[in-house]
Design a binder for this molecule. Structure first.
Ligand code: FRU
Length: 436
């Protein structure tokens, strides 16, 4: 019986462990900053996991601080992760920490901003050099090849700032009538552009400006906040082209910006790439994301499309939450059914064991009765017969009876038979009482 119970407990353990499902992939996301562009990306990353089983995402944001990002990457390493997705704040400072992860055999996806090392598994993001070049081309065309342009650059040492600048300069160099009057240093935030333009104005005195190229929309908007009151004819363009009321598309619709370039996030594709790497499926090392120019001509359509995508995403999110709840409920129900089945099995087994032992006891009682009732009466047993061993008798044959008559056993049996005959009418009389 004890063995059976142990066996059943082992069975329950096996069944419950099976129902826990397959491996969970722990994917860490190390973001250099926190802003609406990265919020959108993080939402898409989460959404991307809905299409794959067993993915757990862990997020960390370094708030534009290299030291903090390095610490967060080390923390991820200590916690144990299967893959790292990282946008390094500045190339040279954060790269050694990323190298450490890669050297431990953990796959690394670099996205948006690059490292200065070759130690990464794949890169995904738009071509920042090309975006800077196309913005330069756009501005030069709008100015008919003549004019003065102010550039506001993103965080020093971050790869998009370097690449967008190089692309922009390359394009403008093809137009001798266009001058880049200054490339001011910002750090991707609106406030950094406000400060940089104010400072520059105070030190240089400014001069005419026809166009401002902000390396992102937030900085272009920051520059406009300082310049537009005194110089209402300056035109502005930026990069990011985010949907939503604070995004670049709305700024184009509101005529704050003349144009923006969509800097794609595509978190779902980042997750797909991560899963391909983790599951040993084919993948490309370099994964360029396509972008598009937003001007007053297409801003309305872009906004509507994005609103539709946002609506669908919210719906998908809701569906996911519902199905999560349903799965949770189904798993609990499964567990309850499993436990019930085990309880029923245990009860049935115990009942079977009880019935078998009762039957056995009953058979023994009957044998004992028949042995005693059938035993013949004896007088004095001989000394020799009294020393005989007790035979275990199930069916008393005539030879065995004769044999028993000769010993102490016969005397004992005689007493037994008398006792049984006296108690014949008592239904409570059992083998135990008889033995007593
Ligand atoms: C968001 C952001 C974007 C910019 C990108 C460059 O954190 O500042 O505005 O285009 O990073 O990496």
């Amino acid at each position: 019986m004890r063995k059976t119970i142990l066996y059943l407990i082992a069975l329950i353990a096996v069944l419950t462990s099976c129902s826990k499902g397959e491996k969970t992939y722990k994917i860490a996301v190390s973001q250099c900053s926190e802003d609406i562009w990265r919020d959108k990306l993080n939402d898409e990353l989460k959404m991307g996991t809905y299409f794959h089983d067993g993915v757990e995402l862990k997020f960390a944001s370094a708030d534009d601080d290299d030291k903090k990002q390095i610490e967060q990457i080390h923390q991820f390493l200590n916690d144990g992760i299967d893959l790292l997705i990282v946008a390094p704040n500045q190339e040279s400072t954060v790269s050694p920490a990323i190298d450490e992860v890669y050297d431990k055999g953990i796959p690394v996806i670099v996205f948006d901003r690059k490292t200065n090392s070759e130690k990464f598994t794949a890169y995904i993001g738009a071509d920042n050099f090309e975006m800077g070049r196309l913005m330069g081309e756009y501005i030069a065309t709008q100015l008919d090849g003549k004019g003065r342009v102010l550039e506001i650059m993103g965080l020093k040492g971050s790869s998009p700032a370097i690449d967008r600048h190089n692309g922009f300069v390359e394009a403008i160099n093809n137009y001798p009538g266009i001058t880049i009057i200054a490339s001011l240093q910002g750090d991707w935030t609106e406030q950094s552009a406000v400060n940089a333009v104010k400072e520059w104005r105070q030190s240089i005195g400014g001069g005419d400006i026809d166009f401002v190229f902000g390396q992102n929309d937030r900085m272009a908007v920051g520059a406009s906040k300082i310049l537009s009151a005194s110089s209402p004819n300056i035109r502005y363009c930026g990069i990011d082209g985010l949907p939503g009321e604070d995004g670049g598309i709305a700024c184009v619709l509101d005529s704050v910006l003349e144009a923006t370039y969509i800097y794609p996030t595509h978190g779902d594709e980042v997750i797909q790439l991560a899963m391909n790497i983790l599951q040993g499926k084919p993948y490309q090392k370099d994964n360029p994301l396509m972008s598009a120019l937003v001007t007053r001509d297409n801003a309305k359509v872009m906004m509507l499309q994005n609103e539709e995508i946002a609506r669908q995403s919210a719906y998908l999110d809701q569906l996911h939450d519902q199905s999560d709840g349903y799965l949770h409920q189904r798993n609990s129900q499964r567990m309850i059914s499993l436990l019930l089945a085990v309880i029923v099995l245990l009860v049935t087994l115990s009942a079977a064991i009880i019935v078998i032992s009762m039957r056995r006891r009953h058979r023994l009682e009957r044998q004992a009765f028949s042995m005693v009732v059938n035993a013949p009466e004896v007088d004095e047993p001989t000394e020799k017969a009294a020393n005989k061993e007790h035979p275990i008798i199930t069916n008393v044959t005539s030879e065995e009876q004769a044999h028993l008559e000769a010993g102490a056993d016969a005397r004992f049996l005689e007493k037994l038979r008398n006792r049984v005959q006296e108690q014949m009418g008592d239904s409570d009389f059992s083998v135990e009482t008889l033995a007593e």
